[in-house]
Design a protein around this ligand. Sequence first.
Ligand SMILES: [Zn+2]
Length: 56
Amino acid sequence: MALAARPIAKPGQCLLKCVDCGDDILDARRLAMLDRGCTRCTGCEELADRRLGVRV
Ligand SMILES: [Zn+2]
């Protein structure tokens, strides 16, 4: 579990802007990620997951 390494993200909380690139995070994505929270856009999240070794 790499959840502890994720910045800020709490379950049920999604940021409006990606913390990595500053782009807007799409509403559809924020809704889809509500259970685990999200701080990044789709592209940056994929990169971060790969860095952390998280299997998607
Ligand atoms: Zn991003």
